[in-house]
Ligand binder design. Structure first.
Ligand code: BGC
Length: 367
């Protein structure tokens, strides 16, 4: 997948502005559908498939409940499935959705490269495919992408790490370590690249030192987004790179589950708490931020993402044009997938109350 650098990002922003001016930010579902055999308009009570990955973070569990509720309320028959058993299970679930006659299949892929055959069959059966949160790669058979802006998430994480270091760890240089998500998840590299967009100039000018030398995505990945894998790698880094009283000042962590794993490892080693970033606004991490332990998280309200996805499904049902706001950034290797991107928000102790004021779970906790 190609994700824009600064220059193309500017071009994309300009393009979005131009689209807004000309009112062309909509993809015509009818012409598009005719071109790629998607359904343009279908029965109100149709089955809508939602293929979710593994329960690697709270946002996915929330999404399951919300898709069931919102799709039902909109008059559809939801078929929402988790694939905790892995890729083969997700492939089978999509096949089953085709058999049930699903008119739209929303896919949060475990591995965005492994669903090509199923997506092709789904398109042939007349379904529209929406990639949800994670892009589907190397396939022409994906119609839309809906997600929080992943590159922006990474940039916000990188900036939070820098800000936290300056705020709490005295003068530069700072020792840091880098963690990335699971390499089969299309988002993981985008988060990392976004963060490195901010951090690399500071590594190059000596403000930041990746003391282990492990600066590359491949060295930083956490298979399966599993806490135990991040904790093990952090244990190894601490033993190998931070003997005695040597301090690790900051850790780039791509999400909250891994942030807590890193913090557990540091605590067990008896080291001072580093600045650790996160993502997902998980309950335990938000509590930790309020206590001043984890430094930051990202607010990507799952309710808004599911709500927008269900709006897309409703528009498809009515044969309406779908609203997209990015037609340049998400090249999946075969095509540029029209995307609707929502804006992520950085959360630290400083804005934790405002950030979740309308959140039914986090609002009462952060009051
Ligand atoms: C999501 C993140 C999440 C991760 C692990 C990613 O694709 O965008 O929000 O932390 O999966 O579940």
């Amino acid at each position: 997948m190609k994700i824009m650098g600064k220059a193309t990002k500017f071009a994309a922003v300009t393009a979005i502005a131009a689209l807004a001016l000309t009112g062309c930010g909509r993809q015509d579902a009818n012409t598009d559908a005719a071109a790629d055999s998607s359904a343009a308009g279908f029965d109100e009570g149709a089955t809508i498939g939602v293929a979710l990955p593994q329960k690697t973070s709270e946002n996915w569990v929330l999404a399951e409940n919300l898709f069931n509720k919102d799709l039902k309320e909109a008059g559809f028959k939801p078929d929402v499935q988790f694939a905790n058993g892995g890729v083969a299970e997700q492939q089978n679930q999509i096949n089953a959705m085709i058999t049930k006659g699903a008119k739209v299949i929303v896919v949060g892929a475990i591995d965005g490269k492994q669903l090509g055959n199923q997506l092709k069959a789904a398109k042939e059966a007349g379904a529209t495919i929406i990639a949800y949160d994670r892009l589907l790669l190397n396939t022409p058979d994906v119609d839309y992408y809906v997600a929080y802006d992943n590159f922006k998430v990474g940039q916000l994480q990188g900036q939070a790490l820098l800000d936290g270091l300056k705020e709490k760890k005295g003068k530069a240089p700072y020792n840091i370590e880098l963690f990335a998500g699971s390499p089969d998840d299309a988002n993981a590299k985008v988060f990392f690249d976004g963060a490195m967009d901010v951090l690399k100039p500071k590594i190059d000018d000596g403000t930041l030192k990746v003391a282990s030398g492990q600066k590359k995505f491949d060295q930083a990945v956490t298979q399966g987004w599993k806490a135990e894998n991040a904790q093990k790698r952090m244990d190894t880094l601490l033993t190998g790179t931070y003997p005695g009283s040597k301090k690790v000042d900051g850790v780039l962590s791509p999400n909250d589950t891994l942030a807590r794993a890193v913090l557990t490892s540091v605590k067990a080693a008896g080291k001072e708490t580093p600045i650790v970033t996160g993502q997902d606004s998980e309950v335990e991490s938000v509590k930790s931020i309020m206590k001043g332990v984890q430094y930051s998280t990202i607010n990507k309200d799952t309710r808004a993402l599911v709500e927008h996805t269900v709006t897309m499904v409703k528009d498809l049902q009515q044969g309406k044009e779908l609203e997209v706001n990015d037609t340049e950034s998400y090249d999946n290797g075969v095509k540029t997938v029209p995307a609707y991107l929502l804006k992520p928000q950085i959360v630290t102790k400083a804005n934790v109350k405002e950030a979740y004021v309308n959140d039914p779970v986090l609002g009462p906790i952060t009051k």
